[in-house]
Each structure stands twice: as C-alpha cells, then as structure tokens.
Design a protein around this ligand. Sequence first.
Ligand code: ZN
Length: 586
Amino acid sequence: MQNSLVAERVRLPCAGNTNGYPWSFSKCDFDDFSGWADAADAVLQQRGVDLNKYKYTVYLIPPSTCGWVGLGYVGCDGSFACRSWINGDFWGAPQAIAHELGHNLFLGHASAYLPDGQLDEYGDDSSSMGHCCDPRCFSTPQMWQMGWISAQQLDATTFKPGVSKQVWLGSHSAAANAGVRILTPWANGSDPIFLGFRTADGGDKALPATAVKRVHIYQSPVSGTYDAVNSIWRGSLATAGAAWAHSATGLVVRFVSVSNGGANVAVCRKAAPAKETLASCKAGLDNDCNGKTGWADPVCKTLLTAAGLAPPPPPRPPPLPAPEDADGLRLALNRAQRHNLKLSSKLSKARDEAAAKAAEARRWAAAVEQQEGQLAELRVQLEAERRQRFEAQQVLAAARGEGEAAKQDAAALLGQLRAAEAMASAVEGEAACVRGQLAVAEEALGRARGEVERLKEEAAATAARLSATDLVRREAERERDDLELSNQRLRAALAEAEVGGSAAEQQLAAALAKAQQELAVERQRGEMLQAQAALAEAQGRETERMLTEQLRAVQEERNACLAAATRADALLSKLGQHALITRGVD
Ligand SMILES: [Zn+2]
C-alpha cells in the first residue's frame, strides 16, 4: 500500500510523562493510552520517521489493563491526530484494525436484531463494523457512506406504488455500481432501505459462507460521508424467487436471478390497499407486489377472464434480415474502411490530447502533492494548537475548580468566624451578667460580713449585759436576804414591843403592818426582778434595748429598794429607840 508504514517496535517505560501528561501502563484512562501514543510518536520521530506523512495511526499496544479489543476516534476530520489502538491479544485480528479505522472514517457500528427481537449493536456478521470474525467489507450503507459504491437511488418520485422495478446489483466487493438505496418518505419515520449483493471477492474474501451470494437488506438513516450512525442488517435472500416483505414501508424485495457476477432483484412497493383490481391488472400493475402482473398473475387472470377478456396472442418472431448482394456488401465494406480511417485519425488525435492532459495531470499532481505537504504542516500546527488549547482548558478548569473549592472553604471559614463571633459576644454577655452577679454577691457578702461583725458585737454586748444583769440579780437577792433579816429583826423587835404597852403595841402593830406591807411589795418587786432577769437571760442576744431598759428599771427598782431599805432602817432605828424608851419606862 502506498503512503503507509509499519513502524519498527517501540519500547516504552512502564510510566512516563509526555507533553505534560503523566501516563502509566498500570491504568487505561484516556491520558494513559494517549500518553503511550504520544511517547511512541516521539520515539519514531527521533528515529527520523516523518509521521506527518501518515494521516491514520494504529497503535498495537502490549497486553494491558484495557478491557477493550480496540479503540478509535469515531470520525476524524484531520483536525487532530487520527488514532486508534489495538489491545495486545488482538494484533492478529485484521478485522479489529479495519473496525477501528472504520470508526476513524466516520463509520458507526453494524447492528442486527437477535431472534428475541433485541437489537445487538455489533450483531451484523456481514460487516467489519460488527464483532464477528475475519476481515470483510462493511455493510452496504457503510460502503455507500464511504463512497466505495455508487448505489442506485430510489424515492417516492422514481418508485411508484404497484410498479415492480427490476434492478441489477453488482457485487459490492467487486463492482462500483453496486447497491440500491431506497428512500421511503411515504413510511413516516422509517429509515432508508439498502440492498447489496455480496460475493467472496476482494475485501469480502473471508466473508462467512452464510452471507456469500446473497442479497442483503439493510436499514440505515445515514445521509452522507460524515454521518457516524449505526446500520442494521434486516435479512438476506439466498435463492432465486425468495422475497423479503417489509410491512412498515410496504416494500417487497425479490431475488430474481444471478447474472454477470451480480444479482437481478425486483423491488416493489405495495399500493394501498395492496390488492389487484381489474384496472390494475389491465394497467399491468403489481399492486400486491407478488412479482406477477396481468395474465401472468393468477389473481389478475381470474379478474380479466371474468371481465370477458382473452389473453393476448403470443409475440410474433422478428422478421428475417433480407439477403444482401455482393455489391452491397462491398459498398458497406468501403464505408466501413473509410469510417475506420476517420476513426484512426480521431484516435491518434485523441491520444495526443490524452498525453497532453496526462502531462498536465502530472503537473497538477505535483502541485497537489506540494500543497498536501503544506497542508500536513498546517495540520501539525493545528494539532499543536489544539493540544495547547486543550491543555489551557484543562488548566483553566483545574484553576476554576480550585477557585471554587477555595471560595467554598472561605465561605465555610467565614461561617465559622461568624459563629465564633456570635459565641464570643454571647460569652461576653454572660460574663458581664456574671460580673454583675459577682458584684451583687460581693456587696451582699460585705453586707453579710458587716452583719456578722455587728452580730458578734451585739453578742459580746449582750454577753456583757447578761453578766451585768446577773450581778444585778445577785445584788437583788442579797437585798432580799437583807430585807428578810430586817424583817426577822423587826419581828423580834415587835415581840419585844408586845411586851410593852398596848398603845405602843398598837403603834408597833401598825408600823409592823406597814413594814410587812412594804416588805410584801418589796418581795413582789424582787420576784418581778427575778422574772425580768430570767427573761433578759433568755432574750439576751436579740434585745439589747429591752435589756438596757430592764437594766435601767432594775437599777431604778434597786434605788427604790435602797430608798425603802433606808426608810426601813430609819423606821427600825426609830422603833428601836422607841423600844428603849418603852423599856426604860418599865
Ligand atoms: Zn467499534
């Protein structure tokens, strides 16, 4: 093949970093297999391989952690490196390489329905874009998409209902005019139908026997070269007379015969309703698409006979040519020779023109090659720019991510700060409150201390008062005892006086009575003092004033008592004098 190269093996380390992208053979991410390719490219360039000469690059990678058979960019317009990778165990499967290159060339997968009605994306065994087997061509829609066959186009205008069309399908691995594409706008939403005849030629040499010499029917929405869509295999016809009917589009495809390495196929579009009428039979239409018309269609034959019509006579054989005479033949020969001469001169002229055109074409080719070289350089620049842009986008995305994360962190910190501030202010409030309470408590403590001091003083004063009161009480008791003694003396004096005169006796009695009365009063007062002292003893600690008053009262009483005692003493003294006088009288 021209413009292709199988490069020598390149050895790479287990991990590396190419163009700023770290990669490793222990993983299978995009950066890894892209990194392997970048690194391999770098080695080849060092070896002097001009990679710009090759548009598509297939990397055969060692057995790896990658879980795929192969991988390739789907659609590669040349604005970036057209790469595909084949995993270690599949280097020996050219079909895998064809498949990935097919993706580079904008091909989707080749699908088919499983018997249970499920769509298997890779189920079409008739295409390398399926998952099966040995290398083979692509499905008819994919061949048409790539421009490798020029399929005949049928649409609503060129394909009327009730009209059966006979088409010849070249083998699509052997002829360029192969395949049919039928647009079916009358069947709303139904994708176009493709017909292709497959033989074991060219790229289809290893086509499975089950697909060889068959008319294959596919369906695909593909509308152009860069339309990367999946095709669906719908069925195949193996023998002449076999037909495929499609209810969604009303199409009937009939395998008629094999001729010139291709297949004659009748395609028919059912009318609505899909049945024959006298008119359709007379018009030679095939409304029911059973492949037969007019008298050849049993349905029509019945209808035409019932209408009283007779079958057409068999065609007449062509008339035999009239025998030509020798002169006529000579004349014809001369004409032919003259014509031959004219043609020869035309031929040589045409050859000259062709040579001139070929030279021009070579010049053009050289110019094109030069431009292709420039174009390749531009592609390289473009790829580098794309790389840079991609890297810048990555950096930007990373920076954006970091910025976003930092923003979130800052917001979180601000939230924490605010919460901390709120907490601090709450704590401050509490502290102020506690300080207030403390001041109040200190004040109360001071007051309590004062109170304690005061109570202590009070207690001391009370104790002092108590002891004073005790002294007073003892004094009063002593006075009482003295009074008692005085009384006894008075009684003795009285008894002595009784011995004296009755007048004196009467005076004495009166004085005694008075003294007794005063003594009783004094006794009473003494008892009262005792009671007061006892009360003062009981109340001592609490009632200073009362005790003071009581003390005062007691003192007053004492004074009174003293006065009384003085008086009593005076009286007694008088009485004594009187007694002496009386005795003296005796
Ligand atoms: Zn694929």
